[in-house]
Design a protein around this ligand. Structure first.
Ligand code: ADP
Length: 638
């Protein structure tokens, strides 16, 4: 039978796996056991919901080590795979997000390999870290055909029909020979397998059985023969032993568990190479009785921002998994949380449709949401550095949460927000900002821009800082939309320093400005007339220090938001209402006054240039860059 080729990216992944410098080759066992356990969960659930009548006690995983043949054989009586499923599940990896995957691994074979593999989970392919050849024999439950999938790595795989009595899957690993610097033989030792199961798979709720060799005193025909009592002879017998305790981690008491236990469980359950950032273990009794074990990963998974990413917690009823991903248990803004919930309150054979309307589930969802929030707040209070790591990975999600909920999630999320502060020069919370507000300050000031550097160079920033106010820097697209939904924090409203009605001048300054604006009304009317719809007003400003002009917005749509909307595919071309402000203390203002009296034609050219200049500083696109440049050249040539 012709060999089939792995998909290109799968092949590359396999190569990395096989040549992995990864020291933890041993995780292959936990991955295969975890797959077997899932397959048995699936069949048990199917049996319950379709009344097939299998009992829990029938399920088991068997491991046989054959030192002579150098094989480890893992057998499960789970749901098994059809021919198509073998092809689908084992023939391709990195099913989605493959484009990004390709880019990521295109170059640099060594350094980042592991983090790349890690992003994609480990899974079945880890078998190739220790085996030179892998055979998977499987028979789907309810089918009478069995197939064998075989591969020696990158050169492809074959699928053929075969004989297999019972449903389920059997995997044979042909363990590699030792090399000068790699040790593989060890995996063929019983004690090694036993210790790996103990370390990584102890919690698996089906027995993991292995035939082990035991040395026992030899039995003699005359058992009470005194001669042998002092000098017994031994014999080796083969005996099946269960290697795991089968107690689910989440059922244990917190005091029994170390961080390491939580982390190992996370990695084995959710196929991550890295430890989680945070674990949340809660047991609740009352309106809803459940235990939950949840994790915040260190980084978003590779497909987090794609349609394929599915949020949800695994749902167990009394230790039996009834749903792989229960989305109803997690709000979208906490979709990065991985974990499981086990509740005796849920009926085992409840259908998915019924689950959606289950009152109990809703109560649990609410409680889970609160406990995630509380743990994050605790992290912020107790380990700020780690929280900032969290914020870097998932902060955007939280901000979108406030925006998408039209503000209804603000109570839940507002204290988790962090923004860069002009005065602290690091991330701060809104609570911290408000505590530092000056007595005279009524609003929370913010400025938007593409980066901290860009915002720092905004014309308005200088003077607001000079007056001693702290400014929050909003550098992400979603930020201003989020702030707008929040509306206020502890009754302090948010105010963009780029808005037309930023009210930070003293009464005296205001008076002076009013006079000057009045005196120059004709000049400003002229400029406004010339610029037409592009601006709604032209006026003087006290906010500017060294810059000649700036654009501010009046109304609820800011210049920054206009920019974000313009970049979206569904651009509705909403425009901010722009005000062009001229620095009353800048020599350019004198020049404009002069031109108004003497040379209106040049004044028009100046108006265009200053307007475009202001747009550029704001990080906006200008309509006709060529024209702008030509006009400047014209002036330079004069
Ligand atoms: P993951 O377990 O993360 O989905 P794997 O590469 O480990 O990724 O496995 C791919 C798929 O192959 C699984 O999702 C499952 O559908 C199938 N599979 C793997 N092992 C078994 C098994 N022992 N029995 C049935 N199906 C299995």
């Amino acid at each position: 039978m012709a060999k089939k080729q792995f998909k290109a990216e799968s092949k590359r992944m396999l190569e990395m796996m096989i040549n992995s410098i990864y020291t933890h080759k041993e995780i292959f066992l936990r991955e295969l056991i975890s797959n077997a356990s899932d397959a048995m969960d699936k069949l048990y659930y199917k049996s319950l919901s379709e009344n097939i009548g299998l009992s829990r006690g029938e399920f088991e995983i068997n491991i046989v080590v054959d030192k002579d043949k150098r094989t480890i054989t893992l057998t499960d009586n789970g749901i098994g795979m059809t021919k198509d499923e073998l092809e689908q599940n084992l023939g391709i990896i990195a099913k989605s997000g493959s484009l990004q995957f390709k880019n990521d691994i295109a170059e640099d074979k060594n350094a980042e390999d592991l983090s790349v593999i890690g992003q994609f989970g480990v899974g079945f392919y880890s078998a190739f870290m220790v085996a030179s050849k892998v055979e998977v024999m499987s028979k789907a439950h309810g089918s009478n055909e069995a197939y064998i999938w075989a591969s020696s790595g990158v050169d492809g795989y074959t699928i053929e029909s075969c004989q297999k009595e019972t449903y389920g899957t059997q995997i044979i690993l042909y363990i590699k020979e030792n090399t000068d610097d790699e040790e593989y033989e060890d995996f063929l030792a019983e004690y090694k397998i036993r210790s790996l199961v103990g370390k990584y798979s102890d919690y698996i709720r089906y027995p993991i059985k292995m035939e082990v060799t035991k040395r026992v005193p030899k039995k003699h025909e005359h058992d009470n023969d005194h001669e042998h009592e002092h000098n017994p002879e031994f014999e080796e017998i083969r005996e099946i032993e269960t290697l795991n305790s089968m107690i689910p981690v989440w059922k244990k008491n917190k005091s029994e568990l170390k961080d390491e236990d939580y982390n190992e469980f996370y990695k084995s359950k959710f196929h991550d190479y890295s430890d989680p950032l945070l674990h949340i273990h809660s047991k609740t009794e009352g309106t809803a009785t459940y235990s939950a074990l949840m994790y915040v990963p260190q980084k978003p998974p590779y497909d987090f921002y794609t349609k394929e990413y599915e949020k949800g917690l695994q749902l167990y009823s009394g230790g039996v998994m009834i749903m792989e991903k229960c989305g109803d248990l997690l709000p979208d803004y906490f979709s990065f949380v991985k974990g499981l919930v086990d509740s005796e309150d849920l009926s085992l054979n409840i259908s998915r449709e019924m689950l959606q309307h289950d009152r109990q589930l809703k109560v649990m969802g609410k409680a889970i949401e609160r406990s995630i929030k509380n743990e994050l707040k605790k992290l912020l209070a107790n380990d700020r550095e780690k929280y900032i790591e969290f914020w870097g990975a998932f902060g955007t999600q939280i901000k979108f949460g406030i925006y998408n909920s039209y503000g209804s999630a603000r109570e839940m999320l507002q204290d988790l927000l962090m923004f860069y502060s002009s005065s602290e020069e690091k991330l701060v919370t809104l609570g911290e900002y408000v505590l530092r507000m000056k007595e005279s300050q009524k609003e929370i000031y913010f400025a938007s821009g593409a980066s901290i550097v860009r915002i720092n160079s905004l014309p308005q920033v200088e003077s607001v800082k000079d007056k001693g106010f702290e400014i929050l820097y909003l550098t992400e697209n979603v930020d201003e939309f989020c702030i707008q939904m929040l509306n206020n924090y502890e009754e302090k409203h948010f105010k963009s320093i780029q808005s037309a009605d930023l009210d930070i001048e003293t009464e005296e300054e205001k008076k002076e400005l009013k006079e000057k604006n009045k005196d120059n009304k004709a000049l400003f009317d002229f400029i406004k007339e010339h610029l037409g719809d592009k601006v709604s007003t032209v006026r003087l400003s006290q906010k500017l220090k060294s810059h000649p002009v700036c654009i501010v917005s009046s109304g609820s749509l800011s210049v920054e938001m206009e920019k974000v909307l313009a970049a979206m595919p569904t651009d509705n071309h909403a425009k901010a209402d722009k005000v062009l402000e001229i620095n009353a203390n800048h020599p350019i203002f004198d020049k404009l006054q002069f031109l108004f009296d003497n040379d209106k034609e040049t004044l028009e050219v100046y108006s265009d240039i200053l307007y475009n200049q202001a747009l550029l500083i704001e990080g906006m696109d200008i309509d006709d860059p060529a024209k702008f440049v030509n006009k400047i050249s014209e002036i330079l040539a004069k």
